[in-house]
Design a binder for this molecule. Structure first.
Ligand SMILES: NC(=O)c1ccc[n+]([C@@H]2O[C@H](COP(=O)([O-])OP(=O)(O)OC[C@H]3O[C@@H](n4cnc5c(N)ncnc54)[C@H](OP(=O)(O)O)[C@@H]3O)[C@@H](O)[C@H]2O)c1
Length: 241
């Protein structure tokens, strides 16, 4: 059995990834700031999953979580899914710096701190491994009102490429997955008008679902994906074509 760590697994895409990986036979540790009923139910009914409280973006809490999760799992760590993220809209001229700082701290620095800790575990274990960063199409395309979010996801894709080069010799692959708009809590703030516009512009004529993303995660974690690294895989129903 292999251990996978998923950040932000209490709801939305992260929770979907946790459930998918459990069904695939992985042992899964996850974290978020708050425990939801959904993750509580899951943990109470499955001994192969454990939730920890951890503030992504806090280096000290990250190190503590990674250590505790590895001790709990008792099997080698195989992968990290950097999924936790926050989004906030607003044109930059009136967007408070403190909001940009908070967003970059979670979406970019948070992922970097996690990657650092997990790479240290891979080194100690002397094993191969996988890191998957959950990016966004907004990292490669400009969208009004999402400057900080876009910068955080573009930075994440840069981190992916640099870490892929740095760790390839040790058979550690690092990739990004860039979803389009997904039907989760994060996109629930979209106005009906904006939602309809996205759907109209998407060749597949709908928003994405968690189930559209999870197969790509298990593929990138698999042995079959051992030669794929430094890539950003877009899963967006064709909207960025
Ligand atoms: N939804 C979309 O349309 C969409 C599209 C493209 C990419 N994405 C990306 O996909 C990822 C997941 O998005 P989602 O839609 O599933 O979001 P979501 O429903 O808002 O869930 C976010 C998860 O991350 C956790 N989280 C947020 N900030 C955290 C922090 N500082 N420390 C620890 N955990 C934290 C949340 O738990 P707590 O709040 O309790 O901490 C929650 O578990 C994000 O990286 C997002 O940027 C989403």
């Amino acid at each position: 059995m292999k251990h996978i760590m998923v950040t932000g697994g209490s709801r939305g895409l992260g929770l979907g990834i946790v459930i998918h990986l459990l069904n695939q036979g992985y042992k899964v540790s996850t974290c978020s700031r708050n425990k939801t009923t959904a993750v509580d139910d899951l943990v109470n009914n499955n001994e192969h999953v454990k939730w920890f409280q951890c503030e992504v973006g806090n280096a000290e809490q990250t190190a503590t979580f990674v250590k505790s999760a590895c001790e709990w799992a008792e099997v080698p760590l195989w992968g990290l899914i950097n999924n936790a993220g926050i989004a906030k809209e607003g044109v930059l001229a009136t967007f408070p710096n403190v909001e940009s700082d908070a967003l970059l701290q979670v979406n970019l620095n948070g992922a970097l701190y996690f990657a650092r800790e997990v790479l240290r575990v891979f080194l100690r274990q002397n094993t191969a491994g996988r890191i998957i960063n959950i990016s966004s199409i907004i990292g490669s395309r400009g969208y009004t009102g999402l400057a900080a979010y876009s910068a955080s996801k573009a930075g994440l894709d840069g981190l992916t490429r640099a870490l892929a080069r740095e760790n390839g010799r040790r058979n550690i692959t690092v990739n990004s997955i860039a979803p389009g708009y997904l039907d989760t809590e994060m996109s629930s703030t979209l106005s009906d008008k904006k939602r309809d516009q996205i759907i109209r512009r998407t060749p597949m004529h709908r928003l994405g679902t968690v189930a559209d993303i999870t197969p790509a995660i298990s593929f990138l974690l698999s042995d079959e994906a051992a030669f794929i690294t430094g890539q950003t895989l877009t899963i967006d129903g064709g909207i960025t074509n």
